[in-house]
Design a protein around this ligand. Structure first.
Ligand SMILES: NC(=O)C1=CN([C@@H]2O[C@H](COP(=O)(O)OP(=O)(O)OC[C@H]3O[C@@H](n4cnc5c(N)ncnc54)[C@H](O)[C@@H]3O)[C@@H](O)[C@H]2O)C=CC1
Length: 302
């Protein structure tokens, strides 16, 4: 199976590349400068040229705080480009997997969100990603919109890497404890994408296997507890760990508002596609080990 993925350096595309041989798929990643999602005319021709069996729309404007001051670009990349990718997929007659986010919710529902729950994004990023979902839906119905949350991996910018960087020279790290969600290992969402892609191809006319689905790591947590889990893993490998000071969101002001509780309910994807979301805690130590190894090589290799 040939999978075209937007983006070249992102977490998800990197995880898809890492798993490709093991999963028996070919990943063709399309990124800048050839495919620039702010230049819609670059999208269709590039996708058609690689003749994919499935398209995965993974690239996005993911700088949540920066987006607050750059709404035009965020909407262009996360909204308009998503629609353009969907139009290319439709023209080629191939299924589309579009990656979306828990930030389409306001986070005040008090329970894990099902796919049918009303959206209500509270940031430019969230609104632009919701615009992307709508743009995809407007084009047709041969798509899966996969909403996920709190991705971490050995690649790119993510919370685990940030915590390990802070831990290099601090005894104490202050982390917000009143935002709840579900961390997701990038390799797990990548594996989910491949399984969904296979089933979409196998069941071409099965509209139960089309629409919006939620997928995230099993075991909800908050950012401070997530940091504790990162440092527990770090301590296993290098014997030291900083202390986590639990703070409130109000003590850590950011440009963008975050949903306080964006836990996702993953029952539907499990029932429809027949796989469970693995527990993020099980694979976290492996990612921490990879990142620490990279850091050591960077520090001592010079
Ligand atoms: N990182 C997270 O915690 C979460 C991410 N998501 C969604 O999952 C998807 C994958 O996220 P990550 O891999 O973590 O993102 P990332 O931030 O690691 O990578 C984003 C990718 O998009 C590319 N990109 C950005 N602007 C572009 C443009 N104008 N033209 C071409 N490429 C461009 C970047 O070069 C990069 O390859 C995104 O759609 C994101 O919205 C959803 C929930 C949580």
């Amino acid at each position: 199976m040939r999978i075209a993925v937007t983006g070249q350096t992102g977490q998800l595309v990197s995880c898809l590349r890492e798993g490709a041989a093991q999963w028996g798929v070919e990943i063709m990643s399309l990124g800048r400068p050839a495919v620039d999602l702010t230049r819609l005319e670059t999208i269709g021709p590039a996708l058609i040229a690689v003749r994919p069996d499935v398209i995965v729309s993974a690239a996005a404007y993911t700088a949540v705080d920066r987006a607050e001051g750059d709404a035009v670009t965020a909407f262009r990349v996360n909204g308009d480009a998503a629609g353009e990718i969907a139009r290319a997929a439709k023209a080629m007659g191939v299924p589309l997997i579009h990656i979306s986010t828990d930030y389409v919710f306001d986070g005040i529902g008090g329970a894990p969100y099902a796919e049918t729950a009303e959206t209500g994004p509270v940031s430019v990023y969230g609104r632009s990603k919701r615009a992307g979902e709508k743009a995809v839906q407007a084009v047709g119905n041969n798509h899966v919109i996969l909403r996920t949350s709190w991705i971490f991996s050995a690649y790119g910018a993510n919370f685990v890497r940030t915590m390990l960087m802070l831990a290099r020279d601090r005894d104490e790290v202050r982390v917000v404890a009143d935002q709840h969600g579900c961390p997701t290992n990038g390799m797990d969402i990548a594996a989910a994408v491949v399984t969904v892609a296979h089933q979409m191809l196998e069941h071409r006319d099965d509209y139960d296997r089309r629409g919006i689905f939620h997928f995230c790591g099993a075991g909800a947590t908050d950012w401070a507890s997530f940091a504790d889990a990162v440092f527990d893993a770090q301590a296993e490998f290098i014997g030291v760990r900083p202390r986590v000071v639990r703070i409130a969101t109000t003590d850590y002001p950011t440009a963008a508002v975050r949903p306080p509780d964006s836990r996702l309910d993953t029952t539907l994807i499990e029932r429809t596609f027949g796989f469970r979301a693995p527990a993020w805690r099980d694979s976290l130590p492996d990612v921490v080990k990879q990142l620490l190894g990279e850091d050591m090589r960077g520090t001592y290799g010079r």
